[in-house]
Design a protein around this ligand. Sequence first.
Ligand SMILES: NC(=O)c1ccc[n+]([C@@H]2O[C@H](COP(=O)([O-])OP(=O)(O)OC[C@H]3O[C@@H](n4cnc5c(N)ncnc54)[C@H](OP(=O)(O)O)[C@@H]3O)[C@@H](O)[C@H]2O)c1
Length: 347
Amino acid sequence: MKLDILTSTALGLYFSTAVAGTHLQDGVAGQSSGPVKEIPAIGLGTWLSDKEKVADAVEYALTNGYNHIDAALIYGNEKQVGKGIASSKVARHDIWITSKLWNEHHRPYKVHEAIRATLSDLGVDYLDLYLMHWPVAFVPDDSSSSGGTEKIDKHTSILQTWRAMEELVRLGLTRHIGISNFARADVERLLRDAEIRPYAHEFETHPYLQQQDFVDWHEDIGVKVIAYSPLANTNPTYDGHKPVAPILDDLFWVKIADEKDCSVAQAVLGWGLERGTVVIPKSVHKDYIKQNLGALEVEFGKKEMKKIAMADKKTRFNDPGKGWGIKLFRDLDDPTELEDDDDLSEL
Ligand SMILES: NC(=O)c1ccc[n+]([C@@H]2O[C@H](COP(=O)([O-])OP(=O)(O)OC[C@H]3O[C@@H](n4cnc5c(N)ncnc54)[C@H](OP(=O)(O)O)[C@@H]3O)[C@@H](O)[C@H]2O)c1
């Protein structure tokens, strides 16, 4: 059912069922006494959100039912996201804010600098979740050995960076830490030595790259999955990367949306929620922002889920591995293909 009017009662219901299988009382404006306990099921994405528009988008989202913002330093718009947070006048503890540590900041001394820059730009004292954006370290720009910001830093391990991120939790700069874009082997390696387990893993997953086994495995190990690019190839930066038609025009999904009397975007996001992933659709348009929240009302039965599983295209749209010379996602669907696969760089 398409959701046109969001009443406060309805929003209370949404956020009380924020993460599949749990009943949370957080995030209902004016009702919570502490920070949002669990990551809300829907957040507003901000990658490629125009600097001129993102403050309004964030303010609109926060005053119209969202309580979760997905940001990152590398998006270059955290100051404007912070303006939107401030002008919403929503109390800090009623918002879940995620940001991400960029590859150039993996050396432990850089980790502290990076989160402080993010906190200052966002205008907040703490994050709810800080993610290692990629399991790849770049040589920092200020390093004497640097040959450019995208030179791979082979001397900084994921674990060294994680140790510094663990310290951020102890310092109260972030409530949780997590990971993004890790292969399964990277997650396993981290879990062996982590003192603080990752709270969540943010990675690309949508109906065209379902990775159901990987999603299920995260449930088994108690790490929440945040599905990025939940609208598959709707992000215009993916245009032409792969010979796949836009999901919003896909007749398979148009039919599902017709049957459910909702928009295709709501159906696709609703499927992401039904499988227990957190979805973070990005938009700078009020009508889309409002419409996407309606996905919380779209439900799927087991038979429908099975049919959708059969339509997986196992197609990844976001893979910078080639440019970095690193075989990312090596044990997942649609891994990076390098010219010479024998010459694999170790992460
Ligand atoms: N951790 C990572 O490495 C990583 C990587 C990628 C993304 N992310 C996060 O995930 C977020 C979402 O992913 P994404 O931005 O790649 O893609 P997305 O949210 O799947 O798609 C965004 C695109 O869909 C459009 N859109 C949104 N709602 C719509 C609707 N109801 N109907 C029609 N079009 C709609 C947006 O338009 P307008 O913007 O023009 O309104 C935008 O062009 C990002 O913004 C970012 O926060 C994280």
